[in-house]
Design a protein around this ligand. Structure first.
Ligand code: PEP
Length: 250
């Protein structure tokens, strides 16, 4: 039985004050949604603050990105070992904003995934098609290609402790959510692809949906058999809304 997982991707939002307030709200409501695993993903610079505020709570945390390199002359980058200093559980890799705005290719994303795993950080691999790709009918081919890049490097065992987030690019930050049926179809496709290589592992893999998920549509999405939770952007910036999404998964 897979436990539901609701993760908040704060992107480049927040300040020390707003984060303290947001975390207080999440902490206060977390016990009510204890059946669901919760985690938040602040900007790197707030990881220390988040660790301080959450270390005695049931809420986990992670980073939104990491360098594929271990250390050295990579100005502006953050190494996985640095994330470990802040006791991150997870790290997001291949978010569509990283792919489109910062040129991260499938291969770079796969290397970041491998770097994270090597040091014991659980990667959350984001995959998903653009609107144009959906309209061209190549959604499955795109998602398969993005996952194959990781399989080529890490093999199926690479997904043992990993999380996959299906995030249709056209639904991210747009207010336009995939229908529960559309999302389920892709989630089932991903699980079936992994099952061709290892059916036991595929049945355990956590596959999140992301893309304008909010309290109002969470119950329908989370009721789908292959949707194991959500990666939440905008709606994770308000404790009440974030917790209401988790509640829908209880
Ligand atoms: C995201 O950035 O991962 C995301 C899903 O954003 P939003 O919920 O705002 O669409």
């Amino acid at each position: 039985m897979r436990r539901k997982f609701v993760a908040g991707n704060w992107k480049m939002n927040g300040s020390a004050n707003s984060i303290r307030e947001l975390l207080q709200g999440i902490r206060e409501g977390a016990a009510e949604v204890a059946a669901v695993e919760l985690a938040v993903f602040p900007s790197f610079v707030y990881l220390g603050l988040v660790e301080q505020q959450l270390s005695d709570s049931s809420v986990g945390w992670g980073a939104q990105n990491l360098s594929e390199h271990a250390s050295g002359a990579h100005t502006g980058e953050v190494a996985g070992s640095m994330l470990q200093d802040f006791h991150c559980d997870y790290v997001i890799v291949g978010h569509s904003e990283r792919r489109t705005l910062y040129g991260e290719t499938d291969e770079i994303v796969a290397r970041k995934f491998a770097t994270a795993r090597k040091i014991g950080l659980k990667p959350i691999l984001c995959v998903g098609e653009t609107l144009q790709e959906r309209e061209q009918g190549v959604t499955e081919a795109v998602v398969e290609r993005q996952i194959k890049a990781v399989l080529d490097l890490e093999g199926i065992s690479g997904f043992a402790d990993a999380v996959i987030a299906y995030e249709p690019v056209w639904a991210i930050g747009t207010g336009r959510t995939a229908t529960a049926g559309q999302a389920q179809e892709v989630h089932a496709f991903i699980r079936a692809k992994l099952a061709q290589l290892d059916s036991a592992l595929a049945s355990q893999v956590c596959i999140l949906y992301g893309g304008s998920m909010k309290a109002a549509n969470a119950a329908e999405l989370l009721a789908m058999p292959d949707i194991d939770g959500g990666l939440i952007g905008g709606a994770s910036l308000e404790a009440k809304e974030f917790l209401a999404i988790a509640k829908a998964g209880c």
